[in-house]
Write a protein that binds this ligand. Structure first.
Ligand code: PRT
Ligand code: MG
Length: 223
């Protein structure tokens, strides 16, 4: 039995068409069941539903053989370390967004940086934010939040935020603007390194099928 770890929401929704192109149908809808283990049309493959930030943990410890996780989650979890028990063989090109610095409309972020001001920045991406501002030589006090980062500048607990942006609608709705792009993000297929060897006969064809399924979306993105 192979186990694939997904998170509910955009990762599940965007992975489903890739699975279908690889011949895999998930037989239950996560919106209408409370089950955390979902069957598929293949007797040897099941899906487990976990929090987005827990996907690498399940795959690293072998609770799942493979999984789909955003590059933001992967980089934040291991802060750039590759020797962590995970292969990342495929950029699936889904759940695209970017990690950016955002600040209130009308506040001059660039000027504050030029003047060497010490900035207070709210984020759930402490490691990625620390690396970004250190590389720029900007002094920051980071405030860890778990969600609704947009609220931090509006309530005065931070000057700026580091968060994911896709359409920009959430920032606009809250009087914020993107002032710096840090990193382009997409979801990656990750595979447990030991399983990739010990269960190669089952895993390799699935990884190859998902790689092939992901290609059309890359071609679209490039055209
Ligand atoms: O929601 P939960 O706390 O359970 O976990 P999560 O937020 O980590 O999971 P989820 O499902 O929201 O995100 C899973 C992955 O999707 C992330 O790790 C990213 O790799 C990817 N992704 C792609 C995004 C977005 N686009 C995105 N827009 N994740 C979050 N957002 C949020 C963003 O944080 C902001 O609040 O959407 C809002 C901005 O969207 P726009 O379109 O208004 O700009
Ligand atoms: Mg979310």
């Amino acid at each position: 039995m192979l186990t694939l770890a997904l998170s509910k929401g955009r990762i599940f929704d965007d992975t489903l068409p890739l699975l279908q192109r690889a011949g895999v149908e998930v037989v239950e809808d996560p919106q209408s069941t409370r089950k955390l283990i979902l069957g598929t049309n293949r007797a040897d493959l099941r899906v487990v539903l976990v929090r987005a930030s827990d996907v690498p943990t399940y795959v690293r410890y072998g609770g799942a053989d493979l999984g789909v996780a955003g590059l933001d989650v992967l980089l934040e979890a291991d802060a750039g370390d590759d020797g962590d028990g995970l292969y990342r063989p495929v950029d699936l090109g889904i759940a695209r967004c970017r990690l950016s610095v955002a600040a209130p409309v009308g506040w001059d972020y660039a000027a504050a940086v030029r003047q060497g001001a010490r900035l207070r920045v709210a984020t759930k991406y402490l490691n990625l934010a620390r690396e970004h501002f250190a590389a720029k030589g900007v002094h920051v006090d980071l405030v860890k939040l778990y969600g609704s980062m947009e609220l931090a500048p509006l309530t005065g607990i931070a000057d700026a935020i580091v968060d994911l942006v896709s359409t920009g609608g959430t920032l606009r709705a809250n009087g914020l603007a993107e002032v710096e792009r840090i990193l382009d993000i997409s979801a990656r297929l990750i595979v447990n390194q030991a399983a990739f060897k010990t269960r190669a006969a089952a895993l390799r064809p699935l990884v190859a099928a998902l790689r092939a399924a992901a290609r059309p979306s890359h071609a679209e993105a490039q055209s």
